[in-house]
Design a protein around this ligand. Structure first.
Ligand code: FNR
Length: 184
């Protein structure tokens, strides 16, 4: 079983990011297990916590969970043209202590979304910048920018737009190929 961690850039109960991620989770083939990993409980990263004896229990649990995952799918809105703090915080927590990053070499894919036309472009690329530095092979094409997101979901959060579903299926297929290459 290949384990995919889903990290969301929104803590909102009715988050569009969460709804998109739930739809995308259904597009993975058999043999893939999707885990939505909680990041809202992580205390703000503080370098003093790099000392093992000082590390908050939430850091340890998160790092262990991420170490067990084979790949990471990020689904995020844009906050003020960048990555929401909760997601950046999770990246920072997972990247330390120095030399023990949970991200190193782990394949990743990014989907950004917005209720407007801009589709979270700023967050998508700021996040990409960090993932490149963290040495994560990332799906480059197709890029996944989901705009006007409210129009693509029904009242139950189910994706209704055939074109978008097909696009996201292609995106998942490319991600699965990247993961397989990484495993071989
Ligand atoms: C936003 N929003 C937003 N949208 C955008 O396209 N570009 C932006 O820079 C911002 N900035 C921003 C900052 C903050 C603090 C909030 C709360 C919101 C709107 C955002 O795209 C919208 O609220 C999404 O619905 C958030 O995603 P979730 O929570 O639905 O996943």
């Amino acid at each position: 079983m290949t384990k995919i961690a889903v990290l969301l850039g929104s803590l909102r109960k009715e988050s569009f990011s969460k709804k998109i991620a739930s739809n995308v989770a259904d597009l993975f083939p058999e043999g893939y297990e999707i885990e939505f990993v909680q990041i809202g409980n992580l205390p703000l990263y503080n370098q003093d916590f790099d000392d093992e004896n000082n590390a908050p229990a939430e850091y340890t649990t998160f790092r262990n969970t991420m170490k067990e995952c084979d790949a990471v799918l990020f689904v995020t809105p844009e906050y003020n043209r960048s990555v929401p703090a909760v997601l950046k915080n999770a990246l920072d927590v997972g990247s330390r202590p120095y030399g023990q990053s949970v991200w190193d070499g782990k394949p990743a894919a990014i989907i950004s979304q917005s209720p407007g036309n801009l589709s979270g472009f700023g967050a998508n690329h700021h996040l990409r910048q960090s993932l490149v530095f963290l040495n994560m092979p990332i799906v480059q094409q197709p890029e996944a920018y989901i705009g006007n997101v409210a129009d693509l979901l029904d009242e139950n959060g189910k994706m209704t737009n055939e074109g978008t579903i097909q696009f996201l299926q292609t995106f998942v297929d490319v991600f699965v190929d990247l993961i397989k290459k990484n495993q071989s």
